[in-house]
Design a protein around this ligand. Structure first.
Ligand SMILES: *Cc1c(COP(=O)(O)O)cnc(C)c1O
Length: 391
């Protein structure tokens, strides 16, 4: 059924792509420039240096014209050889997808099972690596913020677990939905390959993906034997020295990225992170009042960018999402793979403020009523109270 054009802005409360600030949209809306010319060189060097600050690294950054999935593949092909073992953890849907890529590339992922309700247990990683006395596991590959579940894992603790057993595996971290919205320190945390994307915490259109590298990852890439052409770091890094790329870069997205980095730095990263954490807390307060359950069962590991909410038995999350869209022009995130129909996800990232969040929560609360989902009303009031008290 098609509806007449709704007035007002669409509420895009999915956990990425996130709503894009007008400043960034306007920045991308420019005539393209010569990607081999001097003006571009300045742009290229500016975005590379800016992303070093966002990743908090002094080491090289790679920018690909791809979605995050491309950067997953790129991280593996640059560092691994056919048949390498890679230790991965089933945090949720995105961890499963990354593992599939590893399998398709001829790697041997070992998957520590998870229940989708808890963060990664670093002790399990230590235990697994300790059993690998021949050091045949090439890499530990973890999802920092599992967007499917709304659960964040402690990367520093995972690094410490790897070090505690003296294992030389590389640490690769998918922070595709974390970077720019929650603390992340590539160098200080000892990550070898950090992976990010443009369309989540960075508030950009989709189409750029990123790596932050460590010297150890660069060293590993010299002896890694998986075939790589387009994704190869060496040619990109050689061109990047002067601010260029081997093939045509996404120039207009770079215009937007300059603006995105500037916005994050004008506000201050610490404030940006606090803003997301506060919106997440307000959202959880509403969920608690509704007497619904948040999927994450680790109180210390709630994601600041997305809250996954479990539906009561026999109620369909997708029906609720349909109602929210149809009546209130509100898009909520769907449950992915084994959570399909069982959870809906509220994204609280990108170009939103207190009132956007309250509007979104009001849409959820009204949709719960229309869908006949048993719940306590007043979640919006509780979220308003929280935002007022912490204003
Ligand atoms: C969105 C997302 C991806 C996939 O990125 P695409 O840009 O859709 O390819 C991977 N991992 C996480 C954690 C994500 O949130």
């Amino acid at each position: 059924m098609s509806k007449r054009h709704p007035a007002g802005r669409h509420f895009l409360q999915i956990p990425g792509p996130s709503p894009i600030p007008d400043r960034i949209l306007r920045a991308t809306n420019r005539q393209v420039i010569d990607h081999r010319g001097p003006e571009f060189a300045t742009l290229g060097l500016t975005v590379l240096a800016g992303m070093q600050r966002i990743f908090q690294t002094r080491h090289p950054i790679i920018i690909y014209p791809s979605s995050g999935t491309g950067a997953w593949e790129a991280a593996l092909v640059n560092t691994c050889s056919p048949g390498d073992r890679v230790l991965m953890v089933e945090t949720g849907h995105f961890a499963i997808l990354w593992k599939k890529i590893a399998e398709r590339l001829g790697l041997l992922p070992e998957f520590i099972p998870g229940d989708w309700r808890h963060a990664i247990d670093p002790a399990q990683i230590a235990q697994h690596l300790a059993a690998d006395s021949a050091h045949t596991i090439r890499a530990v590959a973890c999802v920092h913020n599992e967007t499917a579940t709304g659960i964040t894992s402690d990367i520093q603790a995972i690094r410490a677990a790897i070090d505690s057993v003296g294992h030389p595996a590389l640490l690769m971290v998918d922070t595709i939905s974390g970077l720019g919205a929650m603390p992340y320190q590539h160098d200080a945390w000892g990550v070898d390959v950090s992976i990010a994307g443009s369309q989540k915490g960075l508030m950009m259109p989709s189409g750029l993906s990123f790596h932050a590298l460590s010297p150890k990852a660069l060293e590993a890439s010299k002896s890694a034997r998986l075939p790589r052409g387009y994704w190869a770091w060496d040619e990109i890094l050689a061109a990047n020295v002067r601010g260029f790329w081997p093939s045509t870069p996404s120039t207009n997205l770079f215009f937007g990225l300059v603006e995105a980095i500037q916005m994050l730095e004008e506000e201050g990263l610490e404030q940006v992170f606090a803003r997301h954490a506060r919106h997440a807390a307000a959202t959880r307060a509403a969920v608690a009042r509704w007497h619904l359950e948040v999927l994450c069962q680790d109180p210390a590991c709630h994601s600041p960018v997305v809250t996954a909410v479990l539906m009561p038995e026999a109620h369909d999350a997708d029906r609720l999402r349909e109602i929210a869209l149809e009546h209130f022009d509100l898009s909520l995130g769907m449950g992915l793979s084994k959570m399909a129909g069982r959870v809906f996800r509220i994204g609280h990232l990108g170009d939103i403020n207190d009132l956007t969040l309250i509007g979104a929560l009001a849409g959820v609360e009204m949709a719960l009523g229309l869908a006949g989902v048993p719940h306590e009303r007043g979640g919006v009031q509780v979220a308003m109270d929280y935002l007022r008290e912490t204003a």
